[in-house]
Design a protein around this ligand. Structure first.
Ligand SMILES: *Cc1c(COP(=O)(O)O)cnc(C)c1O
Length: 219
């Protein structure tokens, strides 16, 4: 087990003092690692892959708030719709429509964040500013989704100025957007390598994996 308990204590205290929500990103990590942080009080966990999330959810306590932070395909929404707490990466109206449909089938409202493309890498997902405005204007069509805010990923780069500017762009868009519940609107930005800067630039939810669980090893 590679959970870094001291690091977790330090980060969760730091974030609590700043009123920033910590999503512990547990993708590729075993159930035992999640249980270790759960025992310390952590309740928000983030996963990227649908099958992995479903498997873990069935074997872990029911009061965990599961965040889906990966790229979600429309045909897989149905598997997580019964229990998912917040879907971070909504990047199209088509996906929003499917989430709405599956939420209705499960008699619930699913909370979502719209993902904005702020990085220079083409490989990253997300809406551009125009698509975001269009999506925000159509939210009234979806009665079983609650769009709570925005999510974004900065470029994977050592260039601090560049990363900081990308966070600033997202924060500006966040301030301009009208969400249903402004007082509790969510801006999900920042990961292990850049979360401090993200918070300086207005983030109130960070997604941290490797600092807590150690580096990921992909098979
Ligand atoms: C994996 C992942 C993270 C966590 O990354 P770390 O660098 O390990 O903290 C955060 N956000 C998203 C969208 C991810 O896919």
């Amino acid at each position: 087990m590679s959970v870094n308990v001291e690091q977790y204590a330090a980060i969760s205290n730091e974030l609590a003092a700043k009123k920033v929500t910590l999503v512990a990103v547990s993708k590729t990590k075993p159930v035992a690692d999640i249980e270790a942080l759960y025992a310390l009080g952590q309740r928000d966990f983030g996963e990227n892959y649908v099958q992995e999330l479903v498997d873990k959810q069935t074997s872990l306590p029911g009061d965990i708030r599961w965040h889906f932070i990966g790229h979600l395909q429309s045909n897989k929404v149905k598997y997580i719709a019964p229990f998912v707490y917040l879907i971070h990466g909504v990047d199209s109206l088509k996906l929003l429509k499917e989430i709405d449909k599956q939420a209705a089938k499960n008699n619930r409202t699913i909370q979502c964040l719209l993902q904005v493309h702020i990085a220079s890498e083409e490989t990253k997902f997300g809406m551009d500013e125009h698509e975001l405005a269009e999506a925000l204007a159509q939210l009234h069509l979806f009665s079983n989704v609650k769009v709570c805010g925005l999510m974004g990923m900065a470029s994977f780069s050592d260039d601090e100025t560049k990363v900081r500017n990308e966070f600033k762009v997202l924060h500006q868009l966040f301030l301009k957007s009208a969400f249903s519940d402004p007082a509790s609107a969510i801006l999900s930005m920042g990961m292990s390598g850049d979360y401090k800067m993200a918070i300086e630039e207005g983030s109130n939810m960070v997604r941290i994996g490797s600092l807590l669980f150690g580096a990921r090893v992909y098979p």
